[in-house]
Design a protein around this ligand. Structure first.
Ligand SMILES: [Zn+2]
Length: 194
């Protein structure tokens, strides 16, 4: 029952390419401090996302779990710049696609079926519950949500499925659309990661 996309290496690699592109744009832009304008040096940090549904990002290479990040080279500034990401949704122990799909799959399930799916995915039930509150309570209170101007507006109780339903195309296109939509909240622009 779990989602084939969660085991699709090509999809994961596609997300990494999008992140690399965003990182290159951030690097080219230089230090975001207008009074500085220094060059940015690479200062990636390691993430260790957990495996789900029998698939581990480790099969994609250790590089996969490195979050792009930069540090201003100017002495006295050293500002950190962490670009937006479609792989990492904040500091969670799971990749963003997991946080999205695990909650979409378990939405509306009774406890028994939800627990079964939670075991199949390898994501604890209490974690899914925490994410559900994030989707339905925390996210709707963000500037991203309020500024989205979607017509009709997204219904918090129907998240995250409601977000996926807003994008056209096949499953991977809709998941990618949702992850791109969420990308602004994956970093506190343009400083540190949330
Ligand atoms: Zn600087």
């Amino acid at each position: 029952m779990s989602h084939p996309l969660l085991r699709d290496a090509r999809f994961y690699l596609h997300l990494a390419l999008i992140d690399a592109d965003a990182a290159e744009q951030a690097r080219k832009a230089g230090c975001p401090d207008a009074d500085c304008g220094g060059v940015l040096h690479l200062a990636r940090f390691d993430r260790k996302p957990r495996a789900v549904a029998g698939f581990s990002w480790r099969t994609l290479g250790e590089e996969y779990a490195k979050r792009w990040s930069f540090c201003c080279a100017e002495e006295g500034c050293r500002r950190r710049v962490t670009p937006v990401s479609v792989r990492f949704l904040g500091r969670r122990w799971y990749l963003g696609v997991v946080v999205l799909l695990a909650n979409a799959l378990t939405h509306g399930l009774d406890y028994g079926r939800g627990k079964g799916l939670s075991r199949e995915l390898g994501v604890p039930w209490r974690t899914l519950e925490r994410w559900r509150r994030w989707w339905q309570e925390t996210l709707p209170a963000t500037a991203l949500w309020r500024g989205a101007g979607l017509v009709p507006p997204l219904v918090p109780e129907a998240m995250p499925g409601a977000l996926l339903a807003r994008f056209a195309g096949d499953e991977s296109a809709r998941v990618l659309g949702a992850l791109r939509w969420l990308a602004p909240i994956t970093t506190t622009s343009p400083g540190r990661s949330i």
